[in-house]
Ligand binder design. Structure first.
Ligand code: ZN
Length: 129
């Protein structure tokens, strides 16, 4: 691995780390926002660990729980790919995905060009039928 590739990987790791921190913060604030409602049923400690947060969250049945769990599993997938060295690589053309793009969309699996191509125009122009 060249020095540059190694540096890139470190920066990608940092992006994932930040995103993960943000996710957990969101999770925490979501749980505490609902605490009024949940308090009668759940005893929520301030220093709740990540696993117990997940447990509480799945017990609550909050709609946001599914969304956050989904994002957390994508995050784990991304971390696995980072270890394998396939994170940040376009699934279609194999090019490195732009770091700027990954900062905004950490789970992007295609480079911006392939993404645009695969999305294409959402609808055929009017009057073509
Ligand atoms: Zn591509």
């Amino acid at each position: 691995m060249t020095g540059t590739a190694k540096e890139r990987r470190e920066r990608l790791r940092e992006i994932l780390r930040n995103e993960k921190r943000r996710l957990w913060q969101e999770l925490r604030s979501e749980i505490f926002r609902e605490q009024e409602t949940l308090h009668s049923e759940y005893d929520i400690p301030q220093d709740m660990g990540e696993q117990s947060m997940l447990d509480v969250l799945s017990d609550t049945g909050l709609a946001v729980a599914d969304v956050l769990r989904e994002r957390l599993s994508r995050m784990e997938e991304a971390e696995r790919k980072l270890e394998e060295g396939t994170f940040g690589v376009c699934e279609d053309c194999g090019a490195d995905i732009e770091e700027e793009r990954l900062r905004v969309v950490p789970y992007a699996s295609r480079c911006v060009h392939c993404q645009e191509r695969s999305e294409g125009p959402s609808y055929p122009p009017e009057g073509t039928y």
